[in-house]
Design a protein around this ligand. Structure first.
Ligand SMILES: *[C@@H]1O[C@H](CO)[C@@H](O)[C@H](O)[C@H]1NC(C)=O
Ligand SMILES: *[C@@H]1O[C@H](CO)[C@@H](O)[C@H](O)[C@H]1NC(C)=O
Ligand SMILES: *[C@@H]1O[C@H](CO)[C@@H](O)[C@H](O)[C@H]1NC(C)=O
Ligand SMILES: *[C@@H]1O[C@H](CO)[C@@H](O)[C@H](O)[C@H]1NC(C)=O
Ligand SMILES: *[C@@H]1O[C@H](CO)[C@@H](O)[C@H](O)[C@H]1NC(C)=O
Ligand SMILES: *[C@@H]1O[C@H](CO)[C@@H](O)[C@H](O)[C@H]1NC(C)=O
Ligand SMILES: *[C@@H]1O[C@H](CO)[C@@H](O)[C@H](O)[C@H]1NC(C)=O
Ligand SMILES: *[C@@H]1O[C@H](CO)[C@@H](O)[C@H](O)[C@H]1NC(C)=O
Ligand SMILES: *[C@@H]1O[C@H](CO)[C@@H](O)[C@H](O)[C@H]1NC(C)=O
Ligand SMILES: *[C@@H]1O[C@H](CO)[C@@H](O)[C@H](O)[C@H]1NC(C)=O
Ligand SMILES: *[C@@H]1O[C@H](CO)[C@@H](O)[C@H](O)[C@H]1NC(C)=O
Ligand SMILES: *[C@@H]1O[C@H](CO)[C@@H](O)[C@H](O)[C@H]1NC(C)=O
Length: 516
């Protein structure tokens, strides 16, 4: 995520017209050929030559033609055998790039859909700089960003021990409430004032659903069944789609569920902690697996170590980092950094060996005062260093999507948000280790100045043209099984739930191939 201008990148996106061959006509069942000009994708984003790209024109506001038009950057991998239609794919986030996902996984997506479907993904509204409206920017440069957030938990994270058992930790957090409330309010104003700000109200999941319907009308013909696979946030897009357009439902897979009923009814700072209800269990599985492997497979396990011993090693390091950061605000690695790195790892068990073998020992060395030799560091540790070097400023498209969709603010103050964070950390159902990891997109929403022109808040139990498949891992670090169970219950006969005995963010059907 870097600060780049919209126009510079848009100009770089190659859309050389491709002359449609006659035989391409059979690829369309009454679709509108002229709506697309498939060609090579911009190589900065997509290097896979099996993927073709095109822009697709959209109205900014489906209910107001005078608002003007935008465009989607769309990527497609063609069916390899007899074509039965299109499967649309969303990789989650919100804010993850569909183009990047296609580049990473076109072969897998084709294989998973049997080769009979074109697989199409796109950078939704609020994502990337090729789609208009694309990503939202709120700062002109990194200096501006760093100055704005200097000295706050936005850059430094939250320090605590136990379950906020130390009153000094609670006090330190609550003391930040006033300044953070003011900062998030001011952030919203900055985002509005930035040139991308005028698009904020056109960004949101309901408009994205209508974009997908328009894409399907053009690719497969007006009124065609819409096939869709979505993971994580993509399941919210899916749940909105099937209930906004129940007659258009083709074959649909929702994998790693964010319960749409929560989004419809609760302020988002209350939603995020509930997403972490199984994350400590994923951590327990990590330490148990490490102990079972022993030192030959997992470097942080001593010989004959138990799971409790491995946990103690990590807990001790967290405590040490916490105490050092308390004494010296310039400590190179804080306990907040370590929690943040651990949380990222909990999403992907495939990274656990590397975490234990490489990242963790490097972090331990840094906490214990050795200098951070950047080049020697692994991925997660590098991210920690980058944060401290502050050479990247965040972009806000993902937050714009989450907050555009969220319910209206209800007079919530930052103190309320923090108290909820602390309570969720202490709750037996919450994550003692990870709830306070900061910053979290969902926690901005009570202070976000805009909501989408259109939002969908239910019902989620419409009678659908086809039954939907819901899938989830049983120990999912960000979209817990209870969300999938809740959605399956709401949808009743319109859905079937399949549960995989797996750990990490659900890709129960899709596999764990996305590294965000
Ligand atoms: C096909 O798409 C083009 C470009 O978006 C549009 O101008 C045209 O009106 C569409 N034609 C039909 C028949 O929908
Ligand atoms: C492109 O598709 C062909 C045929 O399906 C496959 O053999 C090849 O590996 C694919 N290339 C990439 C870069 O995925
Ligand atoms: C995929 O199909 C489109 C026509 O729908 C064609 O223009 C494009 O060249 C094809 N892409 C590849 C990589 O074969
Ligand atoms: C439609 O969009 C135009 C241009 O942004 C705006 O001036 C007008 O107020 C909008 N109309 C409605 C009904 O929202
Ligand atoms: C960064 O942006 C701020 C605010 O727009 C501006 O005042 C400042 O000159 C910029 N600094 C650099 C280094 O571009
Ligand atoms: C942040 O604040 C500290 C002390 O208040 C100051 O020394 C430092 O220059 C500031 N950094 C930025 C990027 O504004
Ligand atoms: C945090 O609270 C939970 C539930 O009350 C408890 O099981 C756990 O041991 C506590 N952890 C610490 C470090 O105090
Ligand atoms: C982790 O290190 C152990 C030896 O300490 C080694 O056997 C194992 O293969 C390593 N795993 C990875 C993924 O590097
Ligand atoms: C580990 O356990 C084995 C068998 O119980 C024992 O022989 C060995 O000495 C133990 N190693 C350590 C380092 O405690
Ligand atoms: C605080 O940490 C920084 C960075 O590691 C170090 O340069 C500095 O000497 C430390 N200050 C004290 C008082 O220990
Ligand atoms: C914890 O989860 C259980 C099972 O989902 C639920 O019955 C209980 O009310 C929850 N407790 C709290 C404090 O949220
Ligand atoms: C959907 O759920 C609501 C509330 O539980 C219920 O009143 C309604 O009958 C349900 N509709 C369908 C089609 O099942």
């Amino acid at each position: 995520m870097r600060l780049l201008t919209v126009t510079a990148l848009a100009a770089a996106f190659s859309v050389n017209a491709v002359v449609l061959r006659n035989e391409d006509a059979r690829d369309f069942k009454g679709g509108n050929h002229t709506a697309f000009k498939w060609g090579a994708c911009d190589p900065t984003l997509v290097q896979d030559s099996n993927v073709s790209c095109s822009f697709f024109e959209i109205p900014l506001d489906y209910h107001n033609a005078t608002a003007g038009t935008g465009r989607l950057a769309v990527a497609k991998v063609n069916a390899t055998s007899e074509r039965l239609g299109t499967v649309f794919f969303n990789p989650g986030g919100p804010g993850a790039s569909g183009l990047a996902a296609m580049n990473e996984a076109s072969t897998l997506l084709l294989a998973l859909t049997g080769g009979n479907y074109d697989v199409v993904s796109w950078d939704t509204r609020g994502v990337g700089t090729f789609t208009i409206p694309g990503d939202i920017f709120c700062f002109d440069n990194v200096t501006d960003y760093n100055t704005f957030w200097n000295g706050t938990i936005e850059l430094n994270g939250i320090e605590y021990t136990g379950n906020f058992t130390d009153p000094a930790d609670t006090k330190a957090l609550l003391t930040q409430a006033t300044v953070m409330g003011r900062k998030y309010t001011e952030l919203g104003k900055r985002c509005q004032q930035h040139p991308t700000g005028k698009y904020m109200k056109y960004i949101g999941t309901a408009a994205t659903v209508r974009d997908m319907i328009a894409l399907a009308d053009a690719l497969d013909g007006p009124g065609s069944p819409v096939n869709y696979a979505g993971i994580s946030y993509g399941t919210l897009l899916g749940a909105w789609f099937v209930n906004m357009f129940p007659k258009r439902v083709g074959r649909v897979l929702l994998d790693g569920v964010l319960n749409p009923q929560l989004v419809a009814t609760q302020e988002s700072h209350k939603i995020w902690p509930q997403q972490l209800s199984d994350t400590d269990k994923a951590y327990d599985a990590f330490v148990a697996g490490c102990a079972l492997s022993g030192p030959s497979g997992c470097a942080i396990a001593a010989a004959n170590a138990s799971a409790a011993d491995v946990d103690a090693t990590i807990t001790t390091l967290l405590k040490q980092a916490h105490d050092t950061a308390r004494k010296n605000a310039s400590a190179p690695v804080t306990s907040a950094d370590i929690r943040s790195a651990l949380l990222s790892a909990m999403y992907f068990p495939a990274t656990w060996a590397d975490l234990a073998n490489t990242t963790f020992p490097e972090i331990a060395a840094a906490v214990q005062g050795e200098s951070l030799a950047r080049r020697a560091l692994g991925g997660v540790a590098q991210r920690i260093v980058r944060r401290h070097e502050a050479d990247e400023a965040a972009t806000y498209g993902g937050i714009a999507i989450a907050c555009s969709d969220s319910i209206d603010p209800r007079g919530t103050s930052m103190k309320d948000v923090f108290k909820n964070t602390i309570a969720a950390t202490q709750s037996a159902n919450g994550s003692h280790l990870f709830t306070p990891v900061w910053p979290i997109s969902w926690n901005y929403c009570s202070f976000w100045p805009e909501r989408a022109m259109e939002r969908y808040t239910g019902p989620f139990n419409k009678t659908l043209a086809n039954k939907v498949l819901i899938a989830n891992n049983c120990l999912d670090a960000a979209t817990p099984l209870k969300g999938a169970q809740a959605l399956a219950k709401i949808m009743g006969d319109n859905a079937a739930l399949v549960v995989q005995e797996g750990i990490g963010v659900s890709r129960a059907v899709m596999g764990t191939w996305l590294d965000y």
